[in-house]
Design a binder for this molecule. Structure first.
Ligand code: DOR
Ligand code: ZN
Length: 345
């Protein structure tokens, strides 16, 4: 069986920098025409100048013949100003701003400690139609890790959307039935990205036969009823739910450690994994809208020309990929089969 769809985009991607960037980029460019590139480098991408320079490093690493376009983002801090937003918007290179609550995840220590400090920046974003991309988890250490998304929605997102009633907002990598309900019921201009791991796995996968660090990401995998709700949203055909892999490479050493990093690497199968989930749910016909059509409409960008073809022919990702500096990267489903294959790969 073959499936041909318009070329998709990845609306949430970590590419890193240096050797890791050159080691992972070809996986994305073989599949996606564009990607929203996350700004949580060390140090974070907090200015337009830094975003434009990072974009240049990505373009310099592109495999020959690829026509991939990186869509850059700014990392919101307590001191991001309205002028910073205006400059980003005018650059034509920066397409969104990412909110990491300070301490929520990888390289979020310079993230936002108090949203009130960001109100001038948020007002500018609302005016300039620049989307706010949100890592939606409470950082209150007493909140149970499985409840952090729900608490963030109640305590932060609801008041934020009341105050900024025209701000475009994407709740990134949703993991719970609560987030699905919230986005579904929200006004126009509120959307969500969905990762492959959150529709293919539930939290049992973190402990299957022992501790499984390569299944650890943030927000953490949730209970089966939440996986089902997020999968149902992904395949629903509703345009406010769209593809964002959150592919987040970390070296094997940084994952398999006494304090392992959060992140699942999925760019090597960044469309194939969704095809598998959509087929299992009986809605393969809805993959194209989810992957290729809904978001350009949301971001106000043109749809891609060109197509991508998948064949239903199982393959097995390697135990690891070697990065140029010799580090190993363990991909999602390493050593296990994936039902769909990229034609020509
Ligand atoms: O699992 C994650 N990894 N979640 C995030 O929010 C950040 C990401 C990363 O940068 O590694
Ligand atoms: Zn991410």
């Amino acid at each position: 069986m073959r499936l041909t769809i318009s070329r998709p985009d990845d609306w949430h991607l970590h590419l890193r920098d240096g050797p890791m960037l050159s080691g992972v980029l070809a996986h994305t460019t073989a599949r996606f025409a564009r990607a929203i590139v996350m700004p949580n480098l060390a140090p974070p991408v907090t200015t337009t100048a830094a975003a434009v320079a990072y974009r240049g490093r990505i373009l310099a690493c592109l495999p020959d013949g690829s026509d991939f376009e990186p869509l850059m983002t700014l990392y919101l801090t307590d001191s991001t100003s309205a002028e910073d937003i205006a400059e980003a918007s005018a650059s034509g290179k920066v397409f969104a701003v990412k909110l990491y609550p300070a301490g929520a995840t990888t390289h979020s220590d310079q993230g936002v400690t108090s949203l009130e400090k960001c109100f001038p920046a948020l007002e500018a974003m609302q005016r300039l139609r620049m989307p706010l991309l949100v890592h939606g988890e409470s950082t209150d250490p007493v909140v149970d890790i499985f409840d952090r998304e729900k608490r963030f929605i109640e305590e932060t997102l609801v008041p934020l959307l009341q105050r900024f009633d025209e701000l475009k907002l994407v709740l990134e990598h949703i993991t719970t039935a609560d987030a699905v309900d919230f986005v579904r019921d929200a006004r126009a201009g509120v959307a969500a990205t969905i990762t492959p791991q959150h529709i293919l796995l539930n939290r049992n996968a973190l402990f299957a036969g022992g501790l499984r660090p390569h299944h650890f990401c943030l927000p953490v995998l949730k209970a089966e009823r939440h996986r089902e709700a997020v999968l149902e949203a992904a395949v629903s055909g509703e345009p406010e739910f769209f593809l964002g892999t959150d592919s987040a490479p970390h070296s094997r050493g940084r994952k398999e450690s006494d304090c392992g990093c959060a992140g699942v690497y999925s760019a090597h199968a960044g469309i194939e994994l969704y095809a598998e989930a959509f087929e299992e749910a009986g809605h393969l016909d809805r993959l194209e809208n989810f992957a290729s059509h809904f978001v350009p409409d949301f971001y106000g960008l043109p749809r891609n020309s060109g197509t991508l073809t998948l064949t239903r022919s199982p393959w097995t990702p390697p135990a690891s990929y070697k990065m140029p500096d010799g580090e190993e990267l363990v991909p999602f489903r390493s050593g296990e089969s994936i039902n769909w294959r990229l034609e020509g790969a």
